[in-house]
Design a protein around this ligand. Structure first.
Ligand SMILES: [Ca+2]
Length: 188
């Protein structure tokens, strides 16, 4: 009887010890123990945060509050339309560029520049400032005008700001045979 009672007590003590040691183990477990954070990141409760702001994975990079397209430089225009005819019947093409949202809302229009020598780069002053939806895709249609009629030469896509790509001074966008270089500026 005594031996049985002792054995019971022993078993109870062992169970208590195991329970207590398990509890302690849980309390002592550091949620950051197996978390490896990047440069300029710190682990808070198992999650990596940026030490100085920015985006996790690239903590040096601050999200701009504004992105300005200073200029749109058309580098390459196909010499003929899809029918194999020159863009203009009487002379050099009369070009315009614009910026549209992906929903086809016009944000900016360059106005038509007459008689563009497409064998050379042509620069359109722009200065359009994006202040929201910086990482959305926008469209840049290039058109050739005759009075109020125009032919669409092609549409190039671009994204003002992409996380992880930094702040490039220029963004080059192409669409098969047309190419534009955008001169960019960022504000914070
Ligand atoms: Ca024309």
């Amino acid at each position: 009887m005594n031996i049985l009672s002792l054995l019971m007590k022993f078993v109870i003590i062992i169970i208590l010890l195991i329970t207590v040691s398990c509890d302690n183990k849980e309390e002592d477990l550091d949620p950051c123990e197996n978390v490896t954070c990047g440069q300029n990141e710190v682990c808070n409760n198992g999650v990596c945060d940026c030490l100085y702001g920015g985006t996790v994975g690239n903590c040096d990079e601050q999200i701009p509050t504004g992105v300005t397209v200073k200029k749109i430089i058309i580098n390459n225009v196909p010499p003929e339309n899809s029918s194999g005819d020159p863009w203009d019947d009487t002379g050099n093409p009369d070009l315009a560029v614009a910026i549209y949202t992906s929903m086809n809302n016009q944000l900016w229009f360059s106005g038509v520049i007459d008689e563009v020598d497409i064998s050379e780069d042509h620069e359109f002053a722009c200065d359009y400032n994006f202040t929201n939806n910086l990482s959305a895709t926008y469209r840049i249609p290039l058109t050739e005008w005759d009075g109020n009629n125009y032919d669409l030469i092609g549409i190039m896509d671009f994204i003002p700001y992409q996380v992880g790509l930094g702040y490039p001074d220029t963004i080059v966008t192409t669409n098969i045979s047309i190419q534009a270089t955008l001169l960019m500026e960022y504000s914070f």
